[in-house]
Design a protein around this ligand. Structure first.
Ligand code: ATP
Length: 696
């Protein structure tokens, strides 16, 4: 029949009554020891207030109104009356419980016996199944279905059960039980289920108890003796009390010392076993964070089964996280030769592919597949194998320039998809709008790790980092939409500094340094020094705008086909009378502006680069212009850049300055190129923001 729901409700009531960790652990261990294999997973989910693992749990939001309706039907009290009572008491779970209790008392008084006693008792499996039937349904017609199910449950439930049914469906479980609490409790369950230390310890405790003279058993000792010692904490507490009682009784018999030594030995062995189990359970959980599944395996098949829990497509793993150090020197000192990568400021995305199906999960293991249909399509098209789990950052890119855009762009896109309030308005998109939206806010995937690859036998977690990463370039057809994170491998501090500057000026928030040694495994769920982040925090736009000269342009693609899609902008250096690049500008234009500028500037195209244009080879545009136009540009900050020529080597050898995240603000018809912002002013801007710059 399985576990009765009343047992679970009783445990929930106990858990709610305490905030002490050990006490909670004890209650949970006792509960798990009663749970059979068929209920282990469901009990676990219900304790957490979910119906399944976090990444796959259907939502169950039942409004208070529906609960009051069911209660009103059950009790024959008007909904208004119940509502008034609720506004006084405030807790709907307690309200349900008290009202059902009242009913029982009245019935007992008026009829002598209670026909409700005849109703079959609820089991955990039934309650879970009923919740599943209610979940995920949001339309109007589902209200009557939910009400029917709730009526059925209230019909059978005791007042206490009804309290926790209510708490659950209205999403107000306040037990303080977290995944970690359960992992710990499960570790404590093991010695009781799968080891003979526990019965031997219980036997020792009984023998010690038998030595305590009847008269010396004080009430505390009596109460613990009467209790089944079903957890290690409880056993140790009982043993301690017996020991005190024996001491108080005068001269304990000689065998007492022997039994006490045996108790200590057994309990310390059990503690060691619990500790080992914790490690194993945690490892399993990090690779397969479905704690219900883990509880099920542990209870049905014992600890050894945990070693078979492995990375599995469509089960998101806990992501590996980075530590931080305050300087690049310290990072190189710590890691030696290491991989340095751009730290993109986007959304962490775990990409799972299995037999042509793609699902993506966020850092918090929430499903993201629906929000990024374009990424899903690209992955489907460009993944060449059978199954993979790849770790990546999803980054907004400029549709024209391919440059990385600020993170807000991606959040705007997510918000819009959900129909949330954005800075513009509340929008719910239909299919055609969605298309435009993806075009306007395209994203790319920067892949950086491979955690599972079906074609080479599954989990990649224990492979060294560079081997894992090498698999990515074999597994995907790479292009602008699916790329590898930009990386160098070095132990040279100068090279590291240059790479950091490039990362910053390319729109990244810093770099992540990664160990490349033999032990550079993927540590799911761990924050450690195998990854070290070093970033620059910028939050605000520059207070000042820059008036920059339009030096050249790049032809647009896609929606911007046939017009200039991005422009090369420079500052003026009066000393050398030259123009020096500061940024590539592709943001802040309307379609109409793009068409107009293409026409107007088209009249000023020149064949060759003028001698006084200082431009790195890598940034040469498709067309050059005479210096006729000055535009006001705003941006996030001025940063070092190895590719831009503004103030080159002025502050740092072989490095210039760039404007990050530039946006067109307005046209400065009133200025000519020689009154544009000077290079010295840009250098000054860099210095002034330095006072406030936040380094992490
Ligand atoms: P932060 O707010 O700094 O991103 P975090 O706690 O989310 O912190 P950390 O582990 O501290 O995460 O930093 C690593 C994060 O950086 C990853 O979670 C990922 O989202 C992002 N990231 C960007 N580029 C990379 C990269 N090349 N390799 C690893 N992580 C990257």
């Amino acid at each position: 029949m399985g576990l009765l729901y009343s047992e679970l409700a009783a445990a929930m009531e106990q858990l709610e009554s305490t905030t002490k960790r050990l006490q909670m652990q004890d209650y949970l261990v006792r509960l798990y020891l009663k749970v059979g294999p068929q209920d282990a997973a469901n009990v676990t989910y219900l304790l957490l207030g979910t119906l399944g693992p976090k990444y796959d749990s259907p939502e169950l939001g039942v409004a208070d109104k529906l609960v009051l309706k069911a209660l009103s039907i059950r009790k024959g009290i008007s909904e208004k009356e119940l509502n008034d009572e609720l506004s006084k008491t405030g807790d709907i779970g307690d309200l349900v419980k008290t009202n059902l209790e009242k009913k029982q008392q009245q019935t007992l008084m008026s009829f002598g016996d209670d026909d409700e006693e005849q109703v079959a008792e609820l089991t955990v499996a039934q309650v879970h199944a009923d919740f599943i039937k209610m979940a995920g349904k949001k339309d109007k017609s589902s209200q009557s279905l939910k009400l029917d199910i709730l009526n059925g449950l209230f019909q059978k439930a005791t007042p206490l059960e009804a309290k926790y049914i209510t708490r659950f469906i209205t999403q107000r479980m306040r037990l303080g039980v977290k995944d970690l609490t359960l992992l710990e409790a499960l570790a404590f369950v093991t010695p009781y289920q799968w080891d003979d230390h526990a019965p031997a310890l219980a036997e020792d405790i009984r023998s010690l108890g038998a030595l305590v003279p009847e008269v010396d058993i004080n009430p505390t000792v009596k109460s613990v003796l009467g209790r089944e010692a079903s957890s290690l904490n409880a056993s140790e507490e009982i043993a301690k009390n017996l020991h005190i009682a024996l001491k108080r009784a005068g001269s304990p018999p000689p065998e007492a010392a022997e039994i006490r030594a045996s108790i200590e030995q057994r309990s310390s062995e059990m503690r060691a076993m619990v500790k080992r189990m914790r490690g194993r359970i945690e490892r399993a959980y990090n690779a397969y964070p479905d704690i219900g599944h883990i509880a099920h395996l542990l209870i049905i098949r014992g600890p050894d089964m945990l070693d078979d829990v492995d990375v599995t497509p469509f089960v998101p793993l806990k992501p590996m996280l980075a530590e931080r150090l305050p300087s690049l020197d310290e990072i190189i000192e710590k890691l030696g030769r290491c991989a340095l990568e751009y730290k993109y400021d986007g959304l962490r995305m775990q990409v799972h592919v299995n037999n042509g199906q793609v699902r993506m999960f966020s850092r918090g293991m929430e499903e993201q597949t629906g929000q990024f249909p374009d990424v899903v399509a690209a992955v489907k098209e460009q993944f060449k194998g059978s199954s993979i789990i790849a770790d990546a950052e999803c980054i907004p890119i400029h549709p024209e320039t391919g440059e990385i855009l600020p993170f807000q762009v991606i959040s705007r896109r997510r918000g819009r998809k959900f129909g949330l309030q954005t800075e513009d308005t509340t929008v719910t998109l239909d299919e055609t709008q969605k298309h435009t939206f993806e075009d306007d806010y395209p994203v790319a995937l920067a892949l950086f790790d491979c955690l599972f690859l079906g074609d080479v036998g599954g989990s990649m977690l224990d492979e060294p980092y560079l081997d894992r990463r090498a698999k990515l370039s074999e597994a995907f057809e790479l292009d602008d939409r699916i790329t590898l994170s930009t990386q160098i491998v070095t132990d040279d501090i100068k090279e590291a500094e240059k790479f950091f500057d490039t990362a910053i000026s390319s729109g990244c928030e810093g770099i992540v340094a990664k160990s490349v040694g033999e032990d550079s495994t993927y540590q799911a769920g761990a924050r450690g020094y195998n990854w070290i982040k070093y970033k620059r925090d910028y939050r605000q736009d520059l207070a000042d705008s820059l008036d920059l000269v339009v030096m050249g342009a790049f032809w647009g693609h896609g929606r911007r086909g046939g017009v200039f899609g991005a422009y090369l902008m420079g500052s003026f250096d009066p000393e050398t009378e030259s123009f020096q690049t500061v940024c590539k500008l592709g943001t802040g234009f309307t379609d109409e502006m793009l068409a107009r500028f293409t026409q107007e500037l088209g009249e000023h195209v020149i064949e060759d680069k003028p001698d006084n244009y200082q431009v790195a080879k890598a940034l040469e545009p498709d067309v050059w212009f005479d210096p006729v136009a000055v535009w006001e540009v705003v941006g996030a900050e001025v940063s070092f850049s190895p590719v831009h020529m503004c103030g080159f080597s002025a502050l740092k050898p072989d490095v210039g300055l760039a404007l990050r995240f530039p946006r067109l603000s307005r046209i400065r018809d009133d200025k000519d190129a020689y009154s544009a912002t000077t290079t010295n002013e840009v250098i000054g801007l860099y210095g002034s923001q330095g006072k406030n710059a936040l380094w992490q």
